[in-house]
Design a protein around this ligand. Sequence first.
Ligand code: HEM
Length: 214
Amino acid sequence: MQKIYVHPIPVRIWHWINAFGIVAMILTGIQIRYAGLIDLLSFEVAVDLHNWIGFLLIGNFFVWLLFYLFSDKIKVYHPELSPMKHFRESFRQLQYYGYGIFKGDPNPHHVSAYHKFNPVQSMTYQIIMLLIVPLQFYTGLLLWDVTLFSGGVELLGGVRVVDTVHVLTFIVLTSFIFVHVYLATLGHTPTAHLKAMITGYEEIEEEPGQTPSP
Ligand code: HEM
């Protein structure tokens, strides 16, 4: 068994604040939307929590962004420049998730410090972090004070459009979380990836005939 340091401390702190915060945003968001039908919290408390946690998450997002922008760890997100290789490797990974894993095939991706994500993970995380999450936060900020941000609201086409985008990004993020948590259990043990996001170290099982990655 080999141990590789893959998740530096700022990423781990960002990740768990983000994970618990987003789950709280989903629950308070549902409470706000279905006030009267669900009454776990009063409407006012749900709105206050949704706003405060929202601001915390916006600040926290910059921990992730600035850490990657100002460290060489950004390499983990560098794209594969050959489209053919990218699609071939992504297809192999999806084949593994959808079929190979059930036959006991080895994971085609081998983790190393600067190559911790397979191409599907790397692409998905970038879409989530650079498109969906910023859209969620931006539309949330506009809805927080539609008078103060009337310029931004009008630019997007009015409150209905802003609200629709906020709900659509909520649906994407909620669906992402289900798939993400399932995939997070697919390490060499069901909790291996979770432990790595807590300790920073991923444990790698050496396969026969495989030389460990640098
Ligand atoms: C709710 C429970 C969650 C669990 C149990 C969880 C688990 C994990 C684990 C184990 C990893 C390590 C890498 C991997 O296995 O793919 C990871 C990475 C990651 N997660 Fe989550 N996650 C959760 C929620 C979220 C949410 C809500 C988001 C974003 C909206 C998110 C975004 C990410 C990203 C972007 C990475 C890559 C981190 C990096 O840039 O190094 N996760 N997650």
